[in-house]
Unconditional design. Structure first.
Length: 642
């Protein structure tokens, strides 16, 4: 979508659970209108506790890698679909000039001009500092940190405490630290006058780590690398439950409480332990026996292909006992390994929350997994509120973004079957073009779970939300007929102020200012299944309607696809390696037309190719990603030169 449309999408999506903008004081809100929750205020620009890069790595993988790439090179899968260049925050020349406070501010408030969403409402204050700490390690290697420590210890013994003030360190970039290393500051001597540039930056990178949480050290049994009773699995591989050695059988498929399970559990091996939990039926019913249970284990590190982040290192398949319990025994349990289980029931894949191993742990109990009976009757759902945002700034086109918020207040999980390009209970107006759907993956929305035939909305007091977007032709007037498949308590329209809007079902709520742009706010209430919201918009927005968003002459990339499919949600990796939003937007069908260029001129494409070549020569981009992106740029250049 265009820049302004994307900005509003992000702003509305992140505030959806309290999804309305404040009304003028002299207007009484109508029934069913939900008052807004203001954006939290940005606090102090330094952490209250030492940040944890290891936790930040998980947050980065979930929320940032889709655009910024696993190594922060701006080469994530979503970066190729954006009309702007994603900065290489993992490059030394970029990272060394930035302070933690600067990056914390960007993470919190976003940079919407470059499609960077704000995370102040989605992540806690400490989580934002954790992810900043991790990002500031992307441009370094363990060897550089070790070299920096050696030089620091040899030349400034006893100085560590002088770099421990979180408030002061948050203000300093590595370039600032290099200046202190060479010139001194206050009670810190100039201990690095003779360092080379590389040495000074290695020391600065090490000094940065002095403000981080100290990583847990391995226990003696972990250092000794005891022999596991399960077959070792390389990073990214899988390990089946029956793959234990002949000496000690695996208990992954044994029924807890049986003699065989007890004997197996008694054969304790140093460095291993058990991961167990229970399965519950909502409403207290009996849990079916022999449900399929899959244990997933993750370590943070680098895979064989060079990908950094949470890597799945363990997959064990088992079944539940008659009482709904399960246990995976003799599982390797190094410190900081993350475990979760997935249970299949009624065509839906349910997950536990994640459990993390602490040093010395031999028994890890995961949170109970609650199951629900399922239904495909989506008429049990009701839209709490629907927001329609319109953008008339593109000649001959009105861009429409709709945010559907609904709650499943039943006692059953509702399976939303899909053919991959439509949602059964959302119907767009006739004539809609370049249509697409996206699940709201922020913490303000309940999260869908994967199902065999699409996705499922399990009972939840928090609203689910789906974002739909499309274009309609506009020649100074458009009549929009929005059908409703299920009941909707309220529908709110945002139309640029100055344009004429008419419709018998609409109530004018006044003018709202969003990002310095004024919008008329109108509402229709109590729409029933089968009803149609019919309204007409005419005229042109005033010049001020384009303020607050960067000007652009490009239109959307013509995309089409359902972004809430089971494959997109990715049952297991959505939490440890997924995206803030579902990022794998489908390419347009070939007969729909070619994809819109990301660049305004052939010179810009040439510059991008040169920069890509430089990164590849420096070993910053893997061959596969490099070749794919370079071929795309070459084809784009050919098209622009014709």
């Amino acid at each position: 979508m265009k820049l302004r449309l994307s900005i509003i999408l992000l702003l509305l999506a992140m505030a959806l659970t309290a999804c309305n903008f404040s009304l003028s004081e002299d207007i009484t809100p109508p029934p069913n209108y939900v008052s807004p929750t203001p954006m939290p205020t940005l606090g102090a620009l330094y952490p209250s506790a030492a940040p944890d890069p290891q936790n930040g790595a998980l947050i980065y993988a979930q929320n940032c890698a889709a655009c910024h790439g696993d190594k922060g090179l701006g080469d994530g899968p979503q970066s190729m679909q954006l009309p702007v260049t994603v900065p290489g925050i993992g490059l030394a020349d970029v990272a060394q000039s930035a302070s933690p406070a600067q990056w914390y501010k960007v993470v919190s408030e976003g940079n919407l001009d470059r499609f960077m969403p704000p995370f102040i409402g989605a992540l806690s204050d400490q989580e934002r500092w954790d992810v900043v700490a991790y990002v500031m390690t992307l441009h370094t290697t363990p060897n550089q940190i070790a070299q920096g420590k050696s030089l620091f210890d040899a030349n400034c013994a006893g100085c560590a405490g002088k770099f421990s003030d979180l408030q002061q360190m948050a203000k300093l970039s590595e370039a600032d630290l290099v200046g202190i290393i060479r010139n001194g500051s206050g009670n810190i001597p100039a201990f690095g006058k003779n360092f080379t540039n590389a040495q000074a930056y290695d020391v600065a990178a090490y000094i940065r780590t002095l403000t981080f949480v100290v990583a847990a050290q391995p226990t003696a049994t972990e250092v000794a690398a005891p022999v596991s009773t399960t077959t070792p699995v390389p990073a990214g591989g899988t390990q089946e439950a029956g793959a234990a050695t002949a000496e000690t059988p695996s208990a992954a498929n044994q029924t807890p409480g049986t003699p065989a399970a007890a004997a197996s559990a008694a054969a304790t091996v140093a460095g291993t332990g058990s991961v167990s939990g229970t399965i519950q039926m909502a409403g207290g019913g009996s849990v079916p026996a022999n449900l399929s249970v899959t244990l997933h284990g993750y370590d943070h590190g680098q895979s064989a292909t060079g990908t950094t982040g949470p890597q799945e290192v363990l997959t064990l398949d088992g079944t539940s006992a008659t009482d709904g319990t399960f246990s995976f025994d003799h599982v390797a349990m190094p410190a900081s390994r993350i475990f979760m289980v997935e249970v299949s029931y009624g065509g839906i894949k349910y997950q536990s929350t994640f459990g993390t191993v602490t040093a010395g742990t031999t028994n890890l109990t995961l949170t109970p997994v609650k199951l629900y009976d399922s239904t495909t009757d989506f008429n049990t759902l009701t839209f709490n509120q629907i927001h329609f945002y319109t953008d008339f700034s593109t000649q001959g086109t009105v861009q429409v973004l709709e945010i559907y918020a609904f709650t499943n207040s039943t006692d059953k999980a509702v399976i939303i079957s899909t053919d991959g390009s439509t949602i059964p209970f959302i119907k767009l107006p006739d004539g809609a073009q370049n249509t697409g759907y996206q699940a709201d993956q922020s913490q303000n929305s309940a999260q869908f779970v994967a199902a065999d035939q699409g996705v499922a909305a399990i009972p939840n007091s928090k609203p689910y939300s789906i974002i739909a977007f499309f274009n309609l032709p506009y020649d100074n007037k458009v009549e929009i007929k929005q059908p409703f498949v299920i009941n909707a308590a309220s529908a709110v329209l945002l139309i640029p102020d100055g344009m004429k809007v008419s419709g018998p079902q609409l109530t004018n709520l006044g003018v709202q200012s969003i990002q310095n742009v004024n919008y008329q706010e109108l509402q229709a209430s109590n729409m029933n299944a089968g009803d149609t919201l019919d309204f007409t918009v005419s005229g042109q927005p005033p010049s001020t309607a384009s303020a607050g968003a960067a000007a652009t002459t490009t239109t959307d990339t013509t995309t089409q696809g359902l972004l809430v499919g089971a494959g997109a949600l990715g049952v297991v990796l959505i939490a440890v390696g997924g995206f803030l939003f579902i990022r794998d937007r489908r390419r347009v069908d070939e007969d729909e037309g070619e994809e819109e260029p990301d660049f305004e001129s052939s010179d810009e494409v040439l510059d991008a190719i040169i920069a890509l070549d430089d990164l590849h020569r420096a070993g910053k981009i893997a061959d596969e990603a490099y070749n794919q992106r370079r071929n795309e740029l070459k084809e784009l250049l050919k098209g622009m030169m014709q």
